[in-house]
Write a protein that binds this ligand. Structure first.
Ligand code: C5P
Length: 297
């Protein structure tokens, strides 16, 4: 018997970052949108905890107990006093170290799959609490759709979205470490007063209306300057997407994946073709959102 859970990637349409807190994290106003690029996590009973991974980026995925899928299984098993003896297999389509919450997706997927396999019957609130222990973006991977995350990003309020938004994502030649990007944010902010992060009302209205032009005018990412500082070549990818007719071009989360909002699916294909031909990125994908969060197949 095995259980498979499908979990989407995310793009941040607003990522407002406050000053570093005493615990090292940053307060955020983080507007997440789940998009249709997916990892699938399959859990099967086994003699001991084991992780395997397949997909184009699989070689970069750690298969030890630092993998968020393994940590999710260990966390749920510890709470129930059971042995975490499962084989976790990840079919990975979300870019690794890309700023699209691929690791978080695997954590949320493994948690939901283990809950079903073991019949632990955890409540939504308990699953969300475990997700928040695993990482700031993991709760959103569970719920999907669109949400505002505050605190370190884990305290979620669901958002209404009045339409489908069409995106192109350009994957970079190498990854970026999220902690390194936050450290660079701190370095660039030194000596400046950093305002409290707040959600943009214009952006929330644009989401609610499903208005791509208004959303394009409102998207912001405070991690974009530090990501560009660490990875200056991304500026050429952003420029190529802009020249190809994207409404908005931004770094996705902590990067280095770049995200391009387009008016419709046909324009997304056109922008994707131009980005592929530009030679400024490794691979290009299109995806629309919002989509549902972690789902048992
Ligand atoms: O929560 P998560 O494990 O995904 O965070 C990874 C790292 O990103 C943290 O260790 C921290 O350096 C940084 N981070 C942060 N503020 C947040 C979220 C993450 O500084 N709100």
């Amino acid at each position: 018997m095995s259980v498979t859970v499908r979990v989407p990637a995310k793009v941040n349409v607003q990522l407002a970052v406050g000053a570093a807190r005493p615990d090292g994290f940053h307060d955020l106003a983080n507007v997440f949108l789940a998009v249709g690029l997916y990892d699938e996590v399959t859990v099967t009973p086994a003699d001991e905890l084991r992780v395997t991974c397949a997909g184009p980026d699989a070689a970069q995925v750690p298969l030890d107990r630092t993998n968020l899928a393994a940590r999710a299984a260990l966390a749920l098993a510890a709470r129930r006093g059971i042995e975490p003896n499962v084989h976790l297999h990840i079919d990975k389509d979300i870019p690794v170290a890309g700023g699209m919450a691929g690791g978080s997706a695997d954590g949320a997927g493994a948690l939901l799959a283990c809950d079903r396999l073991w019949g632990t019957g955890a409540s939504r609130a308990e699953l969300l609490a475990i997700c928040a222990e695993l990482g700031s973006d993991v709760p959103f991977s569970l719920v999907g759709g669109a949400a505002l995350g505050v605190g370190r990003g884990e305290l979620l309020t669901g958002l209404d979205v009045g339409g489908t938004f069409h995106w192109v994502f350009a994957m970079a030649e190498r990854g970026l470490s999220t902690p390194a990007v936050f450290r660079e944010f701190d370095r660039l902010a030194e000596g400046r007063r950093i305002p409290e992060p707040v959600a943009s009302q214009d952006l929330l209205d644009a989401l609610a209306k499903g208005d791509a032009d208004a959303l394009a005018a409102a998207v912001t990412n405070d991690l974009q300057p530090p990501a560009l500082s660490l990875f200056p070549e991304l500026a050429a990818t952003l420029a190529a997407g802009r020249a190809a007719g994207a409404l908005a071009c931004l770094v996705s989360g902590s990067g280095p994946t770049t995200a391009f909002l387009t008016r419709d699916a046909a324009t997304a294909e056109k922008v994707a073709g131009a980005l592929s031909a530009s030679g400024t990125c490794r691979t290009v994908r299109t995806a629309a959102g919002p989509v549902a969060g972690a789902t048992v197949l």
